[in-house]
Design a protein around this ligand. Sequence first.
Ligand code: XMP
Length: 516
Amino acid sequence: MPQSLPDPVLILDFGSQLTQNIARRIRELEIYSEILPHTVSIGDIRAKKPRALILSGGPSSVFEKGAPAVDPEIFNLGVPVLGICYGMQLMAHVLGGKVVSAEVREYGVTPITIEADASSLWKVFSPASAVLMSHGDTILKLPSGFRKTGHTRSTPIAAMEDVKKRLYGVQFHPEVTQTLQGVPFLKNFLLEIANISPNWTLTGYIDRQIAEISRTVGKDHLICALSGGIDSTVTALLCHLALGDRFQAVFVDNGLMRSGEARQIIVDLTHLKLPLLHVNAEKTFLDRLKGIRDPERKRKVIGKTFIDVFWEEALHLPVRPRYLAQGTLYPDVIESVSHKGPSSVIKSHHNVGGLPKKNPFLLVEPLKDLFKDEVRRLGKELGLPETFIRKQPFPGPGLAIRIIGSVTPERLRIVQEADRIVREELDHSPYAATLWQYFAVLLPIQSVGVMGDQRTYENVIAIRTVSSQDGMTADVGEIPYPALAHLSHRIIAEVRGVNRVVYDISAKPPSTIEWE
Ligand code: XMP
């Protein structure tokens, strides 16, 4: 962690799905925030010099045995504390109040009434402001020194404060858009109560990172694997700015990219003047994938092949690099420090992160403090074209995980051609802006058709269009039926070997976005 980051607003995580939202909302207010597990020691909290503390929500009940707790000393640090949902209940519980299981659980958007004697923190709420509630427990008795500042129809104590000690609690979730005054409320807390002046800008971040990379790498050389995605490209741009000709980018072309994409990546990156080594490894990848049908095996083989090819190139450069840059983002860091530990493996994701145990390089991770939307903004400041920044996410294992069953050159051609048509039709359509991803999947079955007067027995393509905020959950990104019918018509007419197109109408969860 570079020393030069601003003192943070610290968010202690009690296992809520929404903890990341809190950090993002705060950063959008240009205030630096960090998430730590609730188990962090009071010494470590002090060492961070937090400007305010926020206690997140969580799925537990404070009165359960083994429920996530917190060192009561955090309420004596002299910095303002805001407890959200479980965080509020924990604050009440630790400070001598009483929390019980609610008679009426409250889930959904509800009007809140702010009490007449509440402090100015609550002034952002109008008489019937809507807030998002999601709780089964409730506060029955306030700790001493506190007063109630809001109630809803089902929850008598929906907000509380101890103005003298600057301790505040909300049963609702200010970090979600459904709470219409949520962001103004957080802003009021941070600016008025915690006296923070916003100073978190990405321009400052670029300068700090360039200085930090130069300092870390010194006179050595650094290598970076480029995938053509935004994270690795922004990482490379920062490292290049810091190190000049002691930087080398390597693009391992696995042959599993979308039609024309590898060429476009090279054009874009050359345009950015990045020193680029293009390694065409399609044959190696396809050879090693021969006969493999199991999705996890496929992912593992691709990950391993990537490392082998990359290593081979890296270790034979004229000057052996000592450092390797990776586009690790803040959510990956949070995941690894979360009190729950890394979530169970649903799919083993392939990126440079799959480093072998005997990694000969020292790591540089200049984006590890940032969220994806911050990386996009950084990319823009560094001169990446809008088309590059708005690219659909593309999985590391490429089209191999959209070819269900074995990967052969012929099946790769089919999915590439179908995918090209999907993109041609949707890229410039009015729906593109509402979609997170849209693509074609080749299924491992054949079906009977009739073309001209001939019976055919050919492949089936599935079309997937999803909307999502962050890829963690997704809905079917609906597109009108005539557009779908047109897609189907074009794919069957233009892609040799396909006689049927189906449409995937599954949300995530329970399905995932990719099919493998
Ligand atoms: P799933 O299929 O898990 O995908 O719902 C969620 C998002 O992640 C992308 N994805 C990957 N990205 N390496 C990546 O960098 C991978 O191995 C990988 N697998 C899935 C997927 O495209 C979607 O946006």
